[in-house]
Design a protein around this ligand. Structure first.
Ligand code: C2O
Length: 553
């Protein structure tokens, strides 16, 4: 492969959206940030220079980072933050992946504005396993607050309540015409009749899973999370924060004399008011072949069509949609699903509470507690130094313990009436896996406080989604229904609201790997944990040593 090099200057800049200006942190003066282009097999080198007044770290979401865990990016997991005035060079090889991934800040809520696409083309001369599109266009969903997002989350953490919800969703940074004062900030996709467009879709929103649809046009999904799938054609796509998908859209064969909205709006079963339920619109606009000035086309009072999205809490749409996704599982792109399992884990994932220090002073549930969230009742606490460094130098004492619970200490009816005591415990506890372990993990959503879908993201690996269902997982019956032939392979999966999902992966990447809900408010409340994968015995099964410029805490 070749070497592709980038410099990311992280700095603040003033941006106006919804008629209100604020200073945001962003990269190279662009919002959304620059696109990283690479081919499968390339070495990517990104020098990040922190010129902002915040600690920074950048995560290359979905990049497998084989043996290069030092470049993964989550603050206090694989590295200490890059402090203001400092820089760090991220170096990693993209191997065995092609499609769309993305990069984002991985510290506090700074990813609200610090994000951009990673476009991975196949190796030179290797075609897509589908007809090549005429054009490729990134479509990134984001979430916009008029307020400073760092202030939003620190206020929520201080009061113990939920954070203020965002003011708008965005497509490529633009809220679009359905918001006040925003019509001029609208994403427009100009198309020519008969041509095929590949939308490289990324959900970079902080707290919302999204439905996406384009009026009058279908979408053919050809990959998810940079892994090819059997093509499936849909009217509406569901995409959780963290997920990416390439979809083909073919323009109508002749000039239709109309324009079409593309809309994205949330899927959520949480109480209304706890998430942003607004809608972002972009415009699909045909270039009029008869007009000498194609950009005038939209101004001719053409009829405008808008798509119908599923209801906000349409869980059955979501489960039907996810059931349609299958690995390509071809000779060229096999699905390497572990058929045998070495270790099984059962994790409950959901919300909970912490007691309030002084009764009645917290804005959490019942005004008498603070919101929290936990995996197997452990609300994960980030250490003050990086876990990977502590592990590598053998200085883990006092930083983390290796006793993360493999099953819940106290089983309960996960999707029924919650236990009276909803308090969770704090801890920095890891699961230790020996190199090459075939892991099966069942994640069980709980109904504590609310039953909602949690998009779980695993760093350092792709996993296969071998099963999912509603209610409580039944170890006697459900495994018989697993798909071990062509399950979808990805890095982020929605644990169904009041349901469960089973995934399998092989722990063939030594290092410390974060796993967390990709709803940022839940991360702040502790819905996260980490796996420590030990070195294997062969030389190419060992974590490489840290780069000399690795930031210090
Ligand atoms: Cu996209 Cu740990 O994050």
């Amino acid at each position: 492969g070749a070497t592709v090099e980038y410099q990311f200057d992280v700095a603040t800049m003033n941006v106006t959206r919804l008629c209100s200006s604020k200073s945001i942190v962003t990269v190279n003066g662009q919002f959304p940030g620059p696109t990283v282009f690479a081919r499968e097999g390339d070495l990517v080198v990104v020098r990040v220079v922190n010129k902002a007044q915040y600690n920074m770290s950048i995560h290359w979401h979905g990049v497998r980072q084989l043996r290069s865990g030092w470049a993964d990016g989550p603050a206090y997991i694989t590295q200490c933050p890059i402090q203001p005035g400092q820089s760090y060079v991220y170096k990693y090889t993209i191997s065995g992946q092609r499609g769309t991934l993305w990069w984002h800040a991985h510290i506090s809520w700074l990813r609200a504005t610090v994000y951009g696409p990673i476009v991975i083309l196949p190796k030179l001369g290797v075609p897509y396993p589908f007809a090549a599109p005429d054009k490729e266009v990134p479509v990134i969903f984001g979430e916009w607050w008029k307020a400073d997002t760092e202030a939003v989350i620190s206020q929520a953490m201080q009061t113990g309540g939920g954070p203020n919800v965002s003011d708008a969703f965005t497509i490529n940074g633009l809220p679009g015409p359905l918001y006040n004062c925003s019509a001029k900030d609208t994403f427009k996709l100009k198309v020519k009749p008969g041509k095929t467009y590949m939308l490289r879709i990324i959900n970079a929103a902080l707290n919302d899973e999204l439905f996406f649809s384009v009026a009058g046009h279908q979408l053919t999904i050809v990959d998810v999370d940079a892994v090819y799938v059997k093509p499936v054609t849909v009217d509406t796509l569901l995409i959780t924060p963290g997920q990416t998908s390439n979809v083909l859209l073919t323009a109508k064969p002749s000039y239709p004399g109309a324009t079409y909205y593309m809309l994205a709006a949330p899927y959520s079963t949480a109480a209304s008011g706890t998430f942003d339920n607004t809608t972002v619109a972009g415009i699909l606009e045909y270039e009029d072949p008869t007009s000498s000035n194609p950009s005038a086309a939209f101004n001719k009072n053409l009829p405008l069509f808008r798509p119908t999205l599923p209801k906000i809490n349409d869980t059955s749409f979501v489960s039907n949609f996810t059931a349609k996704l299958r690995s390509l599982a071809s000779e060229e792109y096999p699905a390497q699903v572990p058929q045998e399992v070495d270790r099984r884990f059962f994790f409950t994932v959901g919300l909970g509470t912490h007691p309030c220090a002084v009764n009645g002073t917290c804005q959490g549930p019942n005004n008498n507690s603070r919101f929290a969230a936990a995996v197997n009742n452990v609300s994960f606490v980030l250490p003050s130094t990086a876990l990977l460094q502590s592990h590598f130098t053998g200085m883990s004492r006092g930083v983390y313990s290796s006793n993360f619970p493999v099953v819940p200490a106290t089983p309960f009816n996960y999707t029924g009436t919650p236990p009276n005591n909803t308090n969770v415990s704090n801890g920095t506890r890891l699961v230790v896996l020996s190199y090459g372990t075939a892991v099966e993990l069942v994640m069980q959503g709980t109904s504590i406080l609310t039953a909602e879908s949690h998009p779980f993201h695993l760093h350092g690996f792709n996993f296969f989604v071998v099963g999912q269902g509603f209610g409580n997982f039944d170890p006697a019956k459900d495994p018989a229904k697993y798909n071990l032939v062509d399950p979808v392979e990805r890095n982020t999966v929605g644990v169904p609201a009041a349901g469960w999902v089973a995934i399998r992966f092989r722990a063939d990447n030594p290092g410390v790997w974060f796993m967390h809900c990709h709803l940022e408010v839940h991360v702040s409340w502790g819905l996260k944990m980490a796996w420590l994968v030990q070195d294997g015995s062969l030389p190419d099964q060992k974590l490489l040593p840290p780069p000399s410029d690795l930031p210090k805490c």
